[in-house]
Design a protein around this ligand. Sequence first.
Ligand code: GRF
Length: 219
Amino acid sequence: MRRLRTAILISGRGSNMDALIEAARPLDFPAEIALVLSNRPDAPGLARAKSLGLATAAVDHKIYAGREEFERSMQIVLETYRIDFICLAGFTRLLTPWFTGAWSGRMLNIHPALLPSYRGLHTHARALADGVKIHGCTVHFVVPQMDEGPIVAQAAVNVLDDDTPQTLGARVLEQEHRIYPLALRLVASGAVRVKGNRVLGGAMRAEDVLLAPDEAAPP
Ligand code: GRF
């Protein structure tokens, strides 16, 4: 089995990066983490990846005149490492249609909300303000429109009465760490196919996507 040479793109702490690295350790995982790339040379996740012995690179967006110049530099690094596939994991730069086009069907993102609800920022605070009872996270293919694209996996959590954006975000983050590796496995193993805006064929087990059992249980 040829493992997909995967780059994780980060900008910050990199907890989803950690989950992907851990999941990809076994040699039978269909993707290998061949590079961690950050637009912030001081990203904590980048230092951790380096300390784990992974290949790392920084392309500092601040030194480029425009988005596409920055992305063309990233592209050179990605080609140098013969990258097949990208996982965005807390990567905070908006991507141009040029870059998303170059990686069409080969780039995933994780978003801390149940898309198509709560695209954009401050998802947990907005969910609380709206009084929703269920919130969660989504792994999707990246398309030119921000936080759109075929959905590979989602997981839900209950919103609790005493939740703050921080407590709710922490429970969602636990689910992110579960479903991002699952989604990468589904895509990298060829278990799913994209048809229009839908990802088909990746029937996930109920326990992987529904409310975490302890939260779903009645009090
Ligand atoms: C996560 O909540 C992810 O959904 C969002 O950015 C955050 C990154 O966190 N895109 P981390 O750097 O993976 O810890």
